[in-house]
Design a protein around this ligand. Structure first.
Ligand code: ADP
Length: 486
């Protein structure tokens, strides 16, 4: 892997704690593999609780100084960090594809997407305004200021190893918080590469600490149990989110949670069917279906069901499966054998209950962790694909008759992250956009993420928002100051 990089110093097998690149106290390491080939690509420190305590202490010790820097200075450091990410985007993408598997152009897009949050919050750092409230008495003055919450524990998943971390780091650092970040054990290298660049940008030691570790429950428990950590920002499964919320209850820990989704994708009979097919491919098959905003349930109105199914099938048949580094690859490997097993389980369940495979439906010949992009028709609400996130390249097509019926089906889930629909009827567009119980809605588009917009869910999809003018608030506390002038 190092030989593919322009700057091989971005591939590190140590981790950054308190401004030092360290190994675990006990020397333990864990291996990182390329999911496309199973090949070993690196071994990184497997930190234990004493190492984690060092990270928390370091973040806690430097936080007041970091918060005391003028916002303009923090902004300048983040801007430099952003510029370094852009300058090294090619290498960061290679590292990302190697550890995670997604096609190289998608990896590059992810790196740039993550960088856009760093740029945005570098700008927002200077705009953390307070308020002056008209007081009820002549001798009173009432002020509201915003203060950083303090040390943030950030836990991120493997599906966007670069962007999910950037999306947390950027607002946290911008407003004066310091961070102890734990990347997923499958994909720690992107986080370490970002840490190299953060250090190079001049972000002081201890402000960003990376905890590479396989014992995720230990890390979660310690971050929740430490009084020095004031907030947990987590992206991952709803189940782990629930564990963190429970553990955080003891200290009323502040939480931002980006959890699972089960996104509906609705095609009404007045839709531009070709556009809907393109949107479905983008929303379903990006990252081989492994994103929390991926279309999980595709509902097609009965009048256009056959036409849509046929066109989607043709389009999906043309998707190129391959190693993320191979030219033209659009569908990379799944992250591990469990992910493949889950797709197979959902597929078998649907077939046993009467669904039909239109294209795909089996593992792909490229390797054990590849699954062919698959379209299923004849899918009904009793099947697992209706209620569970598949997190793989499986597109199940449900049929519906009326708008009211499909809104009921779309909302019949504990999740509420993203929803998508295609229609050309303006009144319907407003009705459906307002009726969907999700934090985000894509109308006539399958791609909605942007640093300019608030990303997040309702129901059991989470708490808080990342990005946009609202995103900094998750890392700030309001402080009210009452002055008696008499
Ligand atoms: P995924 O299905 O994406 O792996 P997880 O929620 O299991 O979703 O993982 C997301 C992140 O949460 C990873 O960094 C993982 O190591 C971490 N994690 C898993 N279990 C726990 C836990 N009990 N406490 C804290 N973090 C955890």
């Amino acid at each position: 892997l190092a030989s593919k990089l322009n700057d091989s110093s971005l591939l590190v097998e140590k981790t950054l704690i308190a401004g030092q690149w360290i190994t675990a106290r006990d020397g333990a390491t864990f291996n990182v593999h390329d999911p496309a080939t199973g090949r070993l690509i690196a071994a990184v420190p497997d930190l234990g609780s004493a190492d984690l305590a060092d990270a928390i202490d370091a973040a806690h010790a430097v936080q007041p100084d970091w918060a005391a820097l003028p916002a303009k200075d923090r902004a300048a450091l983040l801007r430099r960090f952003h510029d370094l990410i852009l300058a090294n985007a090619g290498d960061l993408a290679i590292i990302l594809t190697a550890e995670m598997g997604k096609p190289l152009p998608e990896a590059r897009a992810e790196v740039l997407y993550g960088a856009s949050y760093v740029e945005w919050f570098a700008e927002e750092a200077k705009r953390v305004y307070g308020d002056i409230i008209p007081a009820p008495l002549p001798d009173r003055r009432m002020l509201v200021v915003k203060r950083p919450v303090g040390v943030v524990g950030a836990i991120t998943p493997w599906n966007f190893p670069s962007a999910m971390l950037a999306r947390k780091l950027a607002p946290a650092l911008a407003v004066g918080c310091t961070v102890v970040a734990k990347p997923a054990a499958q994909t720690p290298l992107s986080a370490l590469a970002l840490a190299v660049l953060a250090e190079r940008a001049g972000i002081p030691g201890g402000v960003l600490n990376i905890v590479t570790a396989t014992d995720a429950p230990m890390v979660g428990e310690m971050l929740c149990a430490s009084e020095k950590v004031r907030k947990i920002s987590f992206t991952g499964s709803t189940n782990v989110g629930r564990i963190l919320m429970r553990q955080g209850a003891e200290q009323i820990k502040k939480l931002s949670l980006e959890l699972g989704g089960n996104a509906p994708f609705i095609v009404f009979d007045d839709a531009d069917i070709d556009a809907a097919v393109e949107g479905a491919v983008a929303a379903k098959f990006r990252n081989a279906g492994q994103t929390c905003v991926c279309a999980n349930r595709i509902y097609v109105q009965s009048g256009v069901y056959d036409a849509f199914a046929e066109k989607l099938t043709q389009r999906v048949r043309g998707l190129q499966v391959g190693d993320g580094f191979s030219e033209g690859a659009e569908i990379g490997p799944l992250i591990d054998s469990n992910a493949v097993a889950k797709v197979a389980e959902h597929l078998d369940n649907a077939l046993s209950l009467g669904a039909r495979v239109r294209v795909g439906g089996t593992a792909a010949q490229q390797g054990e962790q590849f699954f062919l992009p698959t379209v299923l028709t004849g899918v009904t609400p009793g099947m697992k694909v209706a209620s569970e996130e598949t997190f793989g390249p499986l597109a199940p097509l449900f049929s519906f008759d009326t708008e009211a019926q499909v809104i009921g089906m779309a909302n019949d889930t504990q999740f509420g992250l993203a929803g998508y629909f295609y229609s050309r009827d303006l009144a319907r567009i407003f009705r459906v956009a307002e009726a969907l119980e999700t934090g985000m809605v894509g109308v006539n588009t399958g791609l909605i993420s942007s640093e300019l917009a608030p990303f997040g869910g309702v129901k059991q999809s989470g708490l808080g928002r990342e990005g946009s003018k609202y995103g900094a608030d998750d890392y700030l506390d309001l402080k009210y100051i009452c002055l008696n002038l008499s």
